[in-house]
Each structure stands twice: as structure tokens, then as C-alpha cells.
Ligand binder design. Structure first.
Ligand SMILES: C[S@@+](CC[C@H](N)C(=O)[O-])C[C@H]1O[C@@H](n2cnc3c(N)ncnc32)[C@H](O)[C@@H]1O
Length: 243
């Protein structure tokens, strides 16, 4: 029964991102007032994949993190995986723009589900997921797959909103999240569901300590977290323990 509802959830999420893919980048930058660029920069700084490593960017969407990985670590290879092909397709055009074009072959975009990665054990020097883990159910399946495919000592860096159940900036952020953002999202994207879904999933998401505990329970070794913008967003770093 749970399995069926997780499948249905996955289909709903894929359909939704398929609908908004063309507007996703604009809305991202607009609704976060450009902060998302800095957040991804900070996340990628923490990956430390080594000079010529292989890095998975899971739920890669339109490839912003993949491109940032290559910018900070020019010699790595990036596997950009996402189960919504429209999102990857929008990102493919982006990676061919400007100076990054020379290195575009270092990003391989692959349509895949984060709950069953088409990768062998212990092959990755690092992994990222940015604003993706909140959408994946059950999260444990994703943790298990990332842990299986990381090399010992490699890092999984998660960028995600903190739980929207906490009051931030005396409730101003919560008002923005629950009232302003769904309305703005609806007006700009024309999709009434997508941006109320965003607010709903942020509210339902575990807080930073609970998420860290989940990662430890999944089998990761050292886990730490860093708040950004008063805890609106967190980066969690989970290391696969050395053997
Ligand atoms: C909010 S977007 C984030 C995209 C990008 N990482 C970013 O930072 O802008 C969430 C992405 O997660 C993807 N996603 C959700 N569930 C997934 C799953 N089970 N497997 C792979 N991708 C998934 C969606 O298709 C979507 O592209």
C-alpha cells in the first residue's frame, strides 16, 4: 500500500516538474531574490571530491549544481541524474552557453530515479542533492542508494529548506512561505499546485536535527549541518565512514 502511494507521489512530482521546467530557473532566482546562487556555491564548496573525481548531482533539475561543481572543480566528471527529463533538457541548453561549453562533455545528464541508482557500489567521490530530498519518498531509499555508491570517506552534501514549522524573522518568512510564495508562483507559472506544494513540503519536512539523525540512522558516519539565512536553508554534510 505504502509502495503504491510512493509511486503515485513520484509520478505527481515528475509531472509537476515537467510542467514548470521551462520557468523553473527564472522562478528560482526570482522567489529567492538570487540567494539560491550563493547557497549552491556554499554547498558545492563542501563536497571536496578530490582532483579528478566522479560526482553525482542527484535531482539535478536544470543542472545549476552540476555546472557549479565543474566551476569549482574543473577536472571532475559530473553525473547529473533526475527523473524528470524536461528539467534535464532545460539544463542541457544552459550548460552549452558561454565559457562552460568547453567543459560541457564533463557533465553526463541521465534520467534516473534517486531511489534506485544505475551505478555500481563505491564508485562516487562525492554526491549532492539540492532542493531535491524533500521531494523524494521514502527518503531512506535514496540515502541507502547514495551510501552504497559513495566511496568510503566521500561526502553527500544536501542543500534543503529548513522546516517551515519554525518561526523565522518573527513570522515574516512564514508569511512569505505560506501566503506570498504560492500566490507569486501561481501568477508567474500559471500552475496553482506547484508553489503551494512547495510550501506544504517545506512545512512537513523534518528540522535540521531530525534530518541529521535520519542520516545517521541510514548508516552515514559523521554528519554536520550549517544554517544559511537564519535557518531558512540548511546544508547537511553526511560522510560515508572509512572502512
Ligand atoms: C526543486 S528541483 C531542484 C533542482 C536542482 N537540484 C536545483 O537545485 O535547482 C527538484 C528536482 O528533484 C527531482 N526529483 C524529485 N524526486 C526525484 C527522484 N525520486 N529521483 C530523481 N529526481 C527526483 C525533480 O524532478 C526536480 O527536478
Amino acid at each position: 500500500m505504502a509502495q503504491v502511494s510512493h509511486q503515485e507521489h513520484g509520478k505527481k512530482v515528475r509531472d509537476m516538474f515537467g510542467r514548470i521546467a521551462g520557468l523553473y530557473d527564472f522562478l528560482n532566482h526570482f522567489l529567492s531574490a538570487g540567494q539560491d546562487i550563493y547557497w549552491r556555491y556554499r554547498q558545492v564548496k563542501l563536497v571536496r571530491p578530490g582532483k579528478k573525481g566522479l560526482v553525482l548531482d542527484l535531482a539535478a533539475g536544470t543542472l545549476d549544481v552540476s555546472v557549479e561543481l565543474l566551476r569549482q572543480y574543473p577536472d571532475v566528471k559530473v553525473l547529473a541524474m533526475d527523473f524528470t527529463h524536461q528539467m534535464l533538457a532545460c539544463g542541457k541548453n544552459k550548460k552549452l552557453e558561454g565559457k562552460r561549453a568547453e567543459r560541457s562533455e564533463s557533465i553526463a545528464a541521465v534520467q534516473a530515479d534517486g531511489r534506485g541508482l544505475p551505478l555500481p557500489d563505491n564508485c562516487l567521490d562525492g554526491a549532492t542533492i539540492s532542493f531535491g530530498i524533500r521531494n523524494i519518498l521514502p527518503r531512506e531509499d535514496c540515502y541507502k542508494e547514495v551510501l552504497r555508491t559513495l566511496k568510503p570517506g566521500a561526502r553527500f552534501c544536501i542543500l534543503e529548506f529548513g522546516s517551515g514549522s519554525k518561526k523565522i524573522w518573527k513570522g515574516v518568512y512564514n508569511f512569505y512561505l505560506n501566503k506570498v510564495l504560492p500566490l507569486l508562483g501561481k501568477v508567474v507559472s500559471g500552475d496553482s499546485g506547484a508553489y503551494s506544494y512547495l510550501a506544504d513540503t517545506i512545512r512537513a519536512f523534518p528540522d535540521e536535527r531530525a534530518l541529521a539523525e535520519e542520516l545517521r540512522e541510514a548508516g552515514f558516519g559523521r554528519v554536520m549541518f550549517i544554517p544559511l539565512l537564519s535557518g531558512i536553508v540548511y546544508i547537511h554534510v553526511a560522510e560515508k565512514a572509512e572502512e
